[in-house]
Each structure stands twice: as C-alpha cells, then as structure tokens.
Design a protein around this ligand. Structure first.
Ligand code: NAP
Length: 420
C-alpha cells in the first residue's frame, strides 16, 4: 500500500471513529429494537452466525419470528451459539414473543437443511404437533450447518444440502469474515485467505443459492395449483414451496475505500511483494461491495417490472463494532512492546465505549434486510441506518463486471449456476 493511501486511510479512520462515536450515542439513545416488519415465518441463512455481528443478527431475526440457519465452520461453536440463541428466545417468552405469524396446526415447517441438527427449536414449535391443534404462531427455528468459506468444496456441499432439503430461502446474510491475519496464508484452493473467506466463498455461495432460488421460483410460477396448496401452509413459510423475493446481504466495510483492484489478476493471490495484510482486507471488502452492486444490477434486470417486490442484493457497513474481529484489529496497532499496557485499554475502555454493540449493528443489517428493494437494492447501507457513502471505485460497473467474470472463472462456476 502506498504511503499516501495509508495516510488517507488513517485520516478516514479518524473520521470514521468520530462518526462512529456519534452513532454509539444514537444507538444508546434509541435502544429499542426497530420495527423491521415482514420477517415472521421467513427463513434466513447467516454465515458466521456463531459470533459477533452474525450472532446478533441471528438473535434479532429469531426475535422477529424468522428461522435462522447458522452457517458456521466449527460445529462446536455453532452448537453452543444455537443453544444460547434458543435459550434467549425461550427466555423471552417462547414463540409468542418471537412474533411468529399465525398458522394452522400441524408441522412447524422447520425442516433442517440437509440433515443439520436442530439446535433448540424455540418453545412451542415442536414438529410433532397434533393435526387438530388450533391456530398458533409458527415458532422460529435455529439450526446449524457446516460451511467453511475458505474451502470452495465446503461451500458447494452446503449449497447442495440446501437444495436437497427443498427449503426456500428468503434472506442470505453473507456476514462471516476475518481481518488482518499476521501471515500471508494461501488456502487449499490457492487463494489469499482474506480474499477467499471474505469475498470469493460468499460470491460462490450467493450465486449457487440465488440460482437455486430462481429455479424454484420459476417452477413455482409454472405450478399454480401447487402454489395454491403451498399458500395454505404459508406463502412466506420456512418449508418448501414458498418462493417470495430473496434478499442477499453482503457485509462490506468502510475499509473498502483503501481497496485497489488496478491489478485484478494479483488480487486473489497477493503474490506481489510487499504483502500487506490490511491492504488484502481492504481489497476483499471492495470486491464484496462491487459484487453486491453488480448482483443487484443483474437481479433488477431479471425482475418483472412492477410492484418492486424483487430479489435484491444489498451491501452493508455495520459501523465499527465491538467484536473479536475489531478488537483484534485495534489491539495489533500499537508496537508489540506496548501491548501489555494497551490491550486492557482496548478491552475495557475503547471497544465497549467507542464501538457499536453487535446488537445495534444488527439493526443496520435488519434495515438492509427489510427495506423495500427499490430503496436499498444495490446500495450501501451504513450506520444510522441509512444509505452511506462509498468510494468511486465501488461504483465502476466495468470493474464489477471484470471481477464477476474472474470470480466465476476462479470458482469454476457453470454458466447455469451464475447469476447473469
Ligand atoms: N466489527 C467491525 O467493526 C466490522 C466493521 C466493518 C465490517 N465488518 C464485517 O462484519 C462481518 C462480521 O464481523 P464481526 O465483527 O462480527 O467478526 P467476528 O466477531 O470475528 O465474527 C466473524 C465470524 O465469521 C466466521 N468465519 C471466519 N472465517 C470463516 C470461514 N472461513 N468460514 C465460515 N465462517 C468463518 C467466524 O467463525 P469462528 O467463530 O469459527 O472464527 C465468526 O463466526 C465481517 O464480514 C466483517 O468484515 C465488521
């Protein structure tokens, strides 16, 4: 990274911290959860849902009656998170409190994706209810599925299991991420770790799932009778048969401004010395933002004109958030010798008081998930919640197209599995 870019980023970082501090105050003043309607009875996948912003997003979705699949790389951490989420949901009054929509008695519709273990269905949502049970709210479910974005075959396997489950998908939150690993690491697929974990894995996942959704939607449209009977079970339900619009969210970051894709052929590998771990993170986040915008352009083009209820892709900047990722980044800034002194400052003062809470950040994510497609499709939703600024580089459709084509090539994605 050039020293001028470095200086520019530091300046922006300070500005971001000031803005973020304002946001922290606003979050504190408006501590109540936002409305974010229309989530009840829907199904979401949250990558990296076991920690940080992903966990808080899963919690917020469940609280609004949306079933969540935590797509995680570690079964133990995923199971522990799901158990905590289920306990929180039950503690807040079970399914009645989750805002589940009314449904007829019978199956809860909470299938597990490809045989994933249910990790604590919320109270009152057991799958074995009597046929003659009176109307009651459908309980939101939380489940765990293995997904390692740093292994492309794991992404493909996840998508295959999702397809086999027959479940429909309403919301995909491409959230998982890593930031500034100390060493340049190359994945088994041959790509720089941050590029693959933050960007390429999500690119593959989103394309596979969006194309599955589009096929399901087309099938649905061809079978009006089946659709009618599906509607009795809930047109927005978590079972198979529902095919409402799909929303895809990509967690980007203000650091995308430091991204530089002028040598696109090197970006996936970071072969050119000197390797700069922060520059690689910035690039992964710029790629993510470009992909979100490009995917939305393609989805908007494919949508029948009309009511605005279309599939949409949205980029999100959650703000600077008090998570392991942010804490790890700030803690490695001072020289190593000083860290025994500075670490406690970051842990006890800076991160809890200067950064947003994951719960507040989840409100921004939910805004991006529920605002009308015409309002947020292809936009970059930031703190407040509002559409926020982004770099000119993120707005270049030609770079976006080149990146899209390159990514499809790197993932060896068949034309039929690529959103186009
Ligand atoms: N925190 C901030 O200030 C901030 C600011 C801007 C943008 N963001 C973005 O927000 C997103 C969430 O970050 P966070 O702050 O919540 O971080 P976090 O607390 O560190 O959580 C990251 C999550 O991603 C998962 N993950 C990492 N690599 C993975 C892989 N290869 N496959 C599957 N899951 C993987 C982690 O799983 P393990 O628990 O197994 O490690 C964890 O669940 C990231 O995309 C980040 O870039 C964060």
């Amino acid at each position: 990274m050039k020293w001028t870019t470095d200086l520019y980023l530091k300046g922006l970082g300070v500005l971001e911290l000031v803005e973020n501090a304002q946001q922290v105050v606003e979050d504190w003043l408006h501590r109540k959860r936002g409305q974010h309607g229309g989530l009840a009875g829907k199904t979401a996948i949250v990558t990296g849902g076991n920690a940080g912003v992903g966990y808080a997003t899963a919690e917020a979705l469940l609280a609004r009656g949306c079933s969540v699949v935590l797509a995680v790389r570690d079964r133990g951490r995923g199971d522990a998170a799901a158990a905590r989420l289920a306990a929180t949901a039950a503690g807040s009054g079970g399914s009645q409190q989750l805002g589940g929509r009314q449904r007829k008695g019978g199956s809860s519709g909470g299938q597990q994706a490809g045989g994933a273990a249910a990790q604590g269905s919320t109270a009152g949502g057991g799958p074995q209810q009597a046929e003659a049970a009176p109307e009651q709210p459908e309980a939101a479910q939380v489940a765990v599925e293995i997904l390692d974005l740093a292994i492309l075959s794991s992404v493909r396997a996840f998508a295959e299991r999702w397809k086999a489950s027959g479940r429909s998908l309403d919301l995909l939150v491409c959230n998982a991420g890593i930031m500034v690993p100390p060493e340049r690491t190359i994945t088994a697929d041959g790509f720089e770790l941050q590029f693959q974990s933050n960007y390429l894995g999500h690119f593959l996942l989103a394309n596979l799932l969006v194309r599955q959704h589009q096929r399901q939607h087309a099938q649905h449209a061809q079978q009006p009778a089946q659709r009618a009977s599906g509607a009795a079970g809930g047109s927005q339900g978590s079972g198979s048969g529902s095919s409402g619009p799909l929303r895809v969210l990509f967690l980007s970051s203000m650091t995308h401004i430091g991204g530089d894709l002028s040598d696109l052929t090197d970006v996936p590998y970071c072969r050119r010395p000197p390797w700069n771990t922060f520059a690689a993170y910035c690039n992964s986040k710029l790629c993510t933002l470009l992909a979100a915008k490009h995917m939305d352009r393609l989805l908007a083009r494919a949508a029948p004109s009309g009511d605005g209820k279309r599939d949409a892709a949205v980029a999100v900047h959650p703000g600077l958030v008090n998570t392991a990722l942010a804490a790890g980044y700030f803690k490695q800034m001072p020289p190593k010798l000083l860290r025994p002194l500075t670490d406690p400052f970051f842990t006890h003062v800076f991160c809890p008081y200067m950064l947003r809470s994951p719960e507040a950040a989840a409100e921004t994510v939910l805004y991006a998930a529920t605002a009308p497609a015409d309002e947020v499709g292809g936009r970059y939703c930031g703190t407040a919640p509002r559409v926020t600024r982004h770099s000119a580089a993120a707005d270049d459709p030609q770079v976006a197209q080149r990146l899209w084509d390159l990514s499809a090539h790197l993932c060896q994605l068949d034309a039929d599995d690529l959103v186009s």
